[in-house]
Design a protein around this ligand. Structure first.
Ligand code: FAD
Length: 303
């Protein structure tokens, strides 16, 4: 008898030994021991309360900033997928969005409501849950600039409320405990003409098309920018732009279009991709003395 024979009853979907690769942009990685897609926040809270506290819990958004390792993920992986998790409402100058809502949908809703400030979310292919965790941002704006508050559930299924200051946000980093599963976030925009907001969103989306490999199997920015440096430049100057990594079988490489984005051209494994990232970190350190830090989260076990 293991914890998997004794899982709580749920209203959502609970699947055993479920492949996670289809839920990530890189399309690599092993299985979740259990994958839970809760019907709503009550279902999630009840599940967390009843789950054996020793079982690890991991949340996935749409997997646009993760490598799931080839040996899969121990414990329960939770995905906040489906309509109840993606609701977006506006009230005056505030917008409230479920953690499973796509950032781009929140940007669109802000245009419709005539609220400026959230246009940058049109350029980030993740969910609100991922944005809260990563302090996602681009083109000079970050989540912390527009967030008012958020709430989530801790590992015991208890509601936790956070104001912006509680997150302790820095560049692509939140100081919130990793065991909080974000459920909903509220943002504040600045009133503006809907057409003006929509036009800025249009500019951001077309700029993305030409500067990032958004149709590839990728994970977004691989490394954070070290203070005073650009990671793409360091990777480029070390000679890794567009170069196939000879030591990894699957042909993982840094993109020709954006040299801080890794690409899985088709056959790479998670180990190939992570191995490439580590090889580049070591090379850049040796050549420049600068230690690149991973922005991409790596989860699970190697094989
Ligand atoms: C083509 C491309 C372009 C990108 N451009 C940008 C960019 O310009 N700026 C930028 O900041 N990022 C960018 N990214 C990275 C990525 O989109 C962001 O980091 C995004 O916020 C991740 O959201 P996600 O839903 O995919 O989260 P995932 O990648 O699934 O997870 C990321 C982290 O968030 C945690 N998480 C997810 N949901 C929750 C939740 N509900 N509660 C608690 N934790 C949660 C996960 O556990 C994990 O630690 C890009 C990625 C790609 C593929």
């Amino acid at each position: 008898m293991t914890w998997r024979d004794n899982l709580p009853d749920v209203r959502g979907k609970l699947l055993l030994n479920e492949p996670l690769a289809p839920f990530t942009w890189f399309r690599v990685g092993g299985n979740a021991e259990a994958l839970f897609i809760p019907a709503d926040a009550h279902d999630l809270a009840d599940f967390l309360k009843a789950l054996d506290p020793s079982v690890p819990v991991t949340v996935l958004g749409v997997g646009s900033n993760v490598i799931v390792r080839d040996g899969g993920v121990e414990g329960v992986v939770i995905r906040l997928a489906g309509r109840p998790w993606a609701q977006i409402t506006t009230d005056g100058d505030t917008i409230t969005a479920g953690a499973g809502a796509l950032d781009s949908m929140v940007a669109k809703a802000s245009a419709k409501a005539g609220l400026a400030g959230l246009e940058f979310y049109a350029g980030i292919p993740g969910t609100i849950g991922g944005a809260l965790t990563m302090n996602a941002g681009c083109y000079g704006s970050e989540t912390k600039d527009v967030l008012v508050s958020a709430w989530g559930l801790n590992r015991k299924g208890e509601r936790i409320d956070y104001g912006l200051a509680d997150f302790g946000y820095t560049y692509r980093h939140s100081q919130a405990p990793a065991d909080i599963l974000w459920v909903e976030a509220t943002y504040r925009g600045t009133p503006d003409a809907p057409e003006a907001v929509a036009a800025r969103i249009g500019e951001i989306t077309s700029r993305r098309e030409t500067t990032q490999p958004i149709r590839e199997k990728t994970g977004g920015s691989t490394f954070k920018n070290p203070p005073g440096h650009s990671s793409w430049k360091l990777v480029d100057e070390a000679g890794w732009r567009g170069k196939l990594h000879a030591e990894t079988g699957g042909g993982a490489m840094f993109s020709d279009l954006h040299s801080n984005f890794m690409i899985n051209p088709g056959e790479a494994t998670a180990a190939d991709i992570e191995g490439l990232g580590e090889a580049v970190r070591a090379d850049v350190l040796a050549k420049t003395g600068i230690q690149l830090e991973w922005e991409i989260k790596r989860i699970g076990r190697a094989t």
